[in-house]
Design a protein around this ligand. Structure first.
Ligand SMILES: Cc1cc2nc3c(=O)[nH]c(=O)nc-3n(C[C@H](O)[C@H](O)[C@H](O)COP(=O)(O)O)c2cc1C
Length: 174
């Protein structure tokens, strides 16, 4: 199913898209929205991963090994209206969660500015940012950052400093 993200009077140019299983990456996305505005889009898989951590480890390991792109519930129909797209993922086995791979593969991101971000559980960045970049080859990719999962929970100065460095505020690249 396709949806229109928003029909606000003001033209929105920023989309903040993310996958989250336990909420950390979503909190990170919320903070980006508070600082730069834009529309939020949560990527959701059609066939839910199993609730137990051990089981999701098993299922996702096979998916990642096979570079499987699980179907996602919704796509962004009006992707054309966005110039800047933040793409957020949890670190799963050192790389991006499979539904994020699906998102990147089904949307035409030609000439978009992509800004990757991620949360991790101790392993750090690994290939999270570079794999978003690798799968956005038609886009300009800016420097992303990776936060430890629980660091994304409350206002984090690292996010502010990062966005300041990228010079992205008030829906404009300045
Ligand atoms: C299937 C799976 C694999 C994971 N693999 C890693 C990993 O390789 N390295 C790491 O640092 N954290 C790993 N984690 C932990 C998550 O990256 C971390 O908890 C993240 O903040 C979760 O984000 P979320 O709450 O948005 O889902 C893994 C979590 C899951 C569920």
């Amino acid at each position: 199913m396709n949806i229109k993200i928003s029909d606000t009077e003001k033209q929105q140019t920023i989309l903040i898209t993310y996958y989250t299983r336990t909420g950390n990456t979503e909190k990170f996305a919320d903070q980006i929205k508070q600082l730069v505005g834009g529309d939020l889009f949560r990527i959701e898989e059609v066939d839910k991963y199993p609730p137990s951590y051990q089981d999701v480890l098993k299922v996702s390991k096979v998916e990642i090994q096979n570079q499987y792109k699980p179907p996602i519930r919704r796509s962004v129909e009006n992707i054309d209206q966005y110039d800047i797209i933040f793409v957020g993922t949890p670190n799963w086995y050192g790389t991006i969660a499979p539904p994020v791979l699906t998102f990147l593969s089904i949307h035409d991101l030609t000439n978009k500015t992509i800004i990757p971000f991620a949360t991790h559980g101790g392993g750090g960045e690994q290939r999270c940012l570079s794999d978003i970049s690798k799968n956005s080859s038609q886009s300009k990719v800016l420097d992303g950052i990776v936060l430890y999962g629980s660091q994304a929970e409350s206002f984090n100065n690292k996010i502010f400093e990062w966005l300041k460095e990228l010079q992205i505020f008030d829906n404009t690249l300045i």
